[in-house]
Design a protein around this ligand. Structure first.
Ligand SMILES: Nc1nc2c(c(=O)[nH]1)N[C@H]1C(S)=C(S)[C@@H](COP(=O)(O)OP(=O)(O)OC[C@H]3O[C@@H](n4cnc5c(=O)[nH]c(N)nc54)[C@H](O)[C@@H]3O)O[C@H]1N2
Ligand SMILES: Nc1nc2c(c(=O)[nH]1)N[C@H]1C(S)=C(S)[C@@H](COP(=O)(O)OP(=O)(O)OC[C@H]3O[C@@H](n4cnc5c(=O)[nH]c(N)nc54)[C@H](O)[C@@H]3O)O[C@H]1N2
Ligand SMILES: [Mo]
Length: 764
């Protein structure tokens, strides 16, 4: 074996690109953002497509942005689209004019391609035809759809047990494709349905279901507009959910206030210039954050406990004025036990842990004490911790004390990531075999679904790592780069008998493959989808539980593409024929799939009719209406603990975050404009005092070494960037630093990888 082929090629290669650091900009969005997105469109798209798409983005008769899951306004939408810089980048990435054809694969071996950066791989263009990597071959080659289906079906049938197959889903898949997919998987006989949600908001789903009886957020967009106070925790909306800034701005215009809780002063969240308002651009924009609490990484529980203790003190001073005692009495359980535990925590110790001045926390308490309509928004900064579920339950405790859930302007707001990650779960993509849903599938389709829980992402990786011979099938996504512990996961994928990816673009997961590998190119959101009974639309669910339609408008980039739904139906047909289920009829007209969803998933009554309403429809949400669907019928106070693992001397807590120019593992560009970091991704943001203590200068090259449970993991050659980050904490970008996220470090009970708290030391 050559030296080269021993390398795993699973990590992005180390190629310095020339870091430049500038001062932080004073505000987010505005003209620079418009410039940046026009640039992307001009560079990568055909003008005709760019124009057509930008006019239909997030419009009622248009297509759903493949970027984030932020909702569209129910009524008036601005015309140049519900505009967003990063939405435009997502579209430019998908609707690129570049094509990646079989000739490229003939010229370049898998190892050659894996030496390119993720940025470069993404820029190769759209996949155009199914490709096969034969056993022992170094090049992908063209294959027909028919032969591809035969290979997958025969490998699946050869498995000893259906549980040796793993079916991953990323969150761009439509409701229709997701439903058909989970149905095929369950007819095949397994619940091995890991999804990107396992790495994302699983902690939210778990924490919320236990406490308020629904695993989704409770608020709507109008609630944000009318809230008196919004607390944004562990989220960077300026980059990841830019349209959320308009909602925050509306809240401020209506007299609301905003507190943000984050180890970093995220510029987009501090000040905002609405790109749709020329007047506001001239005026310099809106100050969004009223109070910034610069919490140390993973000390949110300590902060919330101080806030709740200080609220108790205030309530004692003015009984009945601060807490909602009626709500607590009538709608909740376990308040006394919760308070008893809370009072055991010494305030001074908690404050010390947070790293925040007492006066600032008191200012926050003052704001919270006097408000009734409070919303707490959060994202990965809270969920990706060993105590991720505890974080969410602690957020709920605070809202329950204030009676701030189940009424207008108040509630929980986990801000989802992928544009249909919430919908995929709603229609059954879940490793958990929920009894009622399995019963409904059985009754409607006349088969016996498997009743054991399947693998989540962590379980799936371990199973592939420990035992050769699995079939790994991915509906979208980039498993090798998104998963924790890159080298460990790579061994798992390489152990597989067959790896299959349904994808729009080439990514590293196609290059870290099983004995055989297939790439199946599919239509993106932006493209027309024509099936036997004519042109189809799909539907998606946004972060606030609104289901609406999305219809592609440009011509598919190649005649070799198929829709995700067609690919699943064809595979299911190849596997099972059409004895119980007429798969090809289901996919001939997506109304048939929606009818099946209506018959098996609660909340989808008259689906086909309501999904054609211009703004879609809201799914039922008990917590929103103040009805808690827990076994007791009440909301639960809970006792939550932080993760108490010691940080050894001279070690740091590292969070892995997104830059402004990426969509998860897709790298749009090399800049992180709002953080003043340009032209380099392999960087580590460090507090200046820590740098001084270590003897590091700006731009020094260091190695990052994880030491979890005595096992060393190394990420080489990161460039030191002095940054406004709490001492003891550092930040790197995902996926470059994923190699350091230990496979065994994940949220208790939710198994979300703890990618926001990785203990490392730093060596020059
Ligand atoms: N343009 C763009 N949009 C996206 C994505 C993208 O990659 N690019 N990804 C999509 C997806 S799948 C998701 S899940 C979302 C992710 O959206 P975010 O969760 O906003 O993304 P991250 O970059 O992971 O940011 C986490 C934030 O939490 C902070 N943080 C880290 N640790 C802690 C902590 O312990 N406590 C607190 N309070 N804060 C902490 C970080 O400083 C950072 O500001 O965005 C979605 N939208
Ligand atoms: N260290 C660290 N790791 C993380 C995170 C973190 O914050 N830190 N975040 C985690 C989170 S929140 C998430 S959600 C996961 C994301 O994990 P994934 O969802 O697996 O990753 P993506 O990068 O979003 O997937 C991008 C690929 O999807 C394919 N694709 C794009 N559009 C479509 C489409 O319409 N159909 C199909 N079939 N394919 C398409 C393209 O081939 C593209 O290369 O990563 C997780 N990993
Ligand atoms: Mo996510």
């Amino acid at each position: 074996m050559s030296k080269e082929s021993k390398e795993s090629h699973a990590q992005p290669p180390i190629k310095p690109t020339g870091l430049k650091q500038k001062d932080l900009p004073s505000k987010g969005v505005g003209l620079a953002a418009i410039g940046s997105s026009l640039n992307q469109m001009r560079k990568y798209m055909k003008t005709k497509d760019a124009l057509a798409l930008s006019l239909k983005l997030n419009q009622k008769d248009g297509f759903d942005c493949p970027g984030c899951a932020w909702p569209d306004p129910d009524d008036d939408r601005s015309k140049i689209a519900e505009y967003c810089e990063n939405g435009i980048k997502a579209i430019a990435e998908e609707a690129t004019k570049k094509r990646l054809t079989k000739e490229y694969f003939q010229k370049n071996s898998v190892v050659d391609i894996s030496k390119l950066s993720n940025f470069h791989i993404g820029k190769l263009g759209r996949l155009t035809e199914p490709m096969l990597l034969r056993e022992g071959s170094e090049h992908y080659e063209e294959i027909t759809w028919f032969d591809a289906m035969e290979i997958i079906a025969s490998e699946l049938k050869n498995l000893e047990s259906p549980n040796d197959a793993i079916f991953y889903t990323s969150g761009r898949t439509s409701n229709e494709a997701a439903f058909l997919y989970q149905l095929m998987v369950r007819v095949f006989g397994t619940n091995n349905l890991p999804d990107c949600s396992n790495m994302c908001h699983e902690s939210s789903g778990k924490g919320l279901s236990e406490t308020v009886g629904i695993g989704k957020g409770s608020v709507t967009l109008p609630d944000l507009h009318e809230a008196e106070l919004i607390i944004v925790m562990g989220q960077n909306p300026g980059t990841n959910h830019p349209r959320m800034l308009s909602a925050l701005e509306k809240c401020k215009e209506n007299g609301g206030q905003i507190i943000s809780v984050n180890p970093l002063p995220e510029v987009g969240l501090m000040n905002f210039v609405d790109p749709q308002s020329p007047l506001k651009i001239l005026q310099g924009g809106t100050k969004l954050t009223d109070l910034f609490l610069q919490v140390k990484v993973n000390e949110d529980i300590a902060l919330l406990k101080v806030i709740m203790l200080l609220l108790l003190e205030k309530e004692a001073e003015s009984p009945g004025k601060i807490l909602d005692k009626d709500f607590i009495k009538n709608k909740t359980l376990d308040y006394e036990a919760f308070i008893e535990d809370l009072k055991k925590h010494p305030i001074a110790e908690l404050i010390d842990r947070t790293g925040i001045d007492r006066s600032k926390i008191e200012a926050a308490v003052e704001m919270i004490a006097t408000k009734k309509k409070i919303i707490i928004c959060w994202a990965m900064g809270l969920t990706q911790h060993v105590n991720g579920v505890d974080n969410i339950r602690e957020v709920v405790n605070l809202l329950l004390m204030k009676g701030a859930i189940g009424k207008p302007g108040a509630g929980t707001c986990p801000v989802r990531g992928h544009s249909n990650v919430q919908g995929d779960r709603t229609v059954g993509v879940w490793d958990v075999a929920e009894e009622a849903f399995m019963d409904r599938l059985r009754d409607h389709f006349d088969f016996e679904p498997p009743r054991d829980n399947g693998y989540s992402v962590i379980d799936a990786i371990k199973a592939m790592h420990d035992k050769p011979g699995h079939v790994f099938f991915a509906m979208g996504g980039n498993f090798i780069s998104a998963s924790p512990d890159t080298e460990y996961t790579a061994k798992g994928l390489r152990n597989c008998q067959l790896t299959v990816h349904v994808s729009t673009k080439l990514n590293r997961s196609h290059l870290v493959h099983g004995k055989r590998a297939l790439i199946l190119p599919c239509l993106g959101r932006t493209e027309k989808d024509i099936q036997e009974e004519g042109e189809q639309f799909v539907s998606v669910e946004n972060s606030m539980g609104v289901v609406h339609n999305s219809k592609g408008i440009i011509e598919p980039c190649s005649t070799g593409l198929r829709s995700e739904s067609w690919i699943i139906a064809k595979l299911a047909h190849t596997l099972f024929g059409d004895e119980n289920i007429d798969w090809m009829k289901m996919v001939a007209n997506y109304d048939n799939i929606r009818d099946a969803i209506e018959a098996t998933v609660p909340g989808f009554e008259n689906y086909n009719e309501r999904v054609r309403e211009p703004a879609g429809f809201y799914l039922p949400n008990g917590a929103r209406d103040g009805k808690f669907n827990t076994p007791s019928g009440k909301a639960h106070f809970t006792i939550n603990k932080n993760h108490e693992e010691e940080v050894p001397a001279d070690h740091y807590i590292m969070m892995t975050i997104r830059s402004h120019d990426q969509y998860n593992t897709t790298i749009y560009g090399l800049d992180d404009r709002y953080r003043g970091i340009f032209n380099e991704r392999r960087i580590v943001m460090m507090n200046k005092q820590d740098m001084h203590r270590e003897g590091f200068k700006a731009k020094d090259k260091v190695d990052l070494i994880g030491t979890f449970k005595g096992v060393e993991r190394i990420a080489k050659q990161f460039i030191v960037v002095p940054y406004d980050i709490p001492s003891g904490n550092v930040a790197t970008y995902f996926p470059e630093a994923n190699v350091l996220v230990p496979i065994d470090s994940f949220a208790r009970s939710a198994k979300t990888p703890a990618s926001k708290r990785v203990v490392i030391r730093i060596k020059m």
